[in-house]
Design a protein around this ligand. Structure first.
Ligand code: HEM
Length: 179
């Protein structure tokens, strides 16, 4: 499974616009962020490094997968000069639920996928899992969008944060970037 490292420091493609805690402790302020794949050994003067692997999907059902594949854009679009890295840790209570209970909260009560789909293809996304690597964050979420879609992205994060799924979020840091 491909591993990515998000290194906050003085180097990298992305200029950090803000780092804010939503829930729990924040991360140290840094001027730049580098996104590195497993193999790269570039010294980016990192103050902190978050790691995650893109893996199989946990909650998506067949029909949703087809709609997502049809609608979701690739990362790296030239016009998508804004990005968000939002690392999230969920509570023990969440991880102790059975898979079907988590799916129920995630989609049937919180409509995470249905809501997210309204913002495609404006927003490109990638999920990275850190929990099984012993990382401080369970999930590193990454989004790319054009400046004109920034208000829509703001609305999306606000909507998701008011759902029952977010009752289980015990740490969340919102990092906004531009290149
Ligand atoms: C752009 C629209 C979005 C779409 C289409 C979308 C879709 C999805 C899908 C399909 C999954 C499930 C992956 C799986 O089956 O394992 C997922 C997981 C997740 N998404 Fe989103 N999402 C969007 C926006 C967001 C935003 C803005 C956030 C953060 C504020 C977010 C946070 C998460 C988290 C934390 C998970 C992992 C849940 C878990 O494993 O417990 N998503 N998303």
């Amino acid at each position: 499974m491909p591993l990515k490292r998000f290194a906050g420091g003085v180097g990298g493609t992305w200029q950090v616009e803000r780092i804010e805690s939503v829930t729990g402790p924040s991360l140290p302020q840094v001027p730049r962020l580098a996104v590195l794949d497993d193999a790269s050994v570039i010294d980016v003067g990192a103050a902190w490094v978050l790691r995650g692997v893109t893996g199989y999907q946990r909650y998506v059902q067949r029909k949703e997968q087809e709609i997502l594949h049809a609608k979701q854009p690739q990362l790296g679009r030239p016009e998508a000069t804004c990005a968000a890295l939002i690392p999230i840790a969920k509570s023990i209570a969440w991880w102790q639920l059975a898979q079907d209970e988590r799916r129920e909260i995630f989609e049937e009560s919180s409509h995470h996928i249905a809501t997210g789909l309204e913002y495609l293809p404006a927003v490109a996304r990638e999920l990275h899992h850190g929990r099984d690597l012993g990382e401080p964050f369970d999930i590193l979420t990454w989004f790319e969008y054009a400046p004109k879609d920034a208000p829509a992205f703001e609305e999306l994060v606000h909507r998701l944060r008011t759902t029952p799924e977010w009752d289980y979020v015990e740490r969340e840091v919102d990092i906004r970037l531009a290149r």
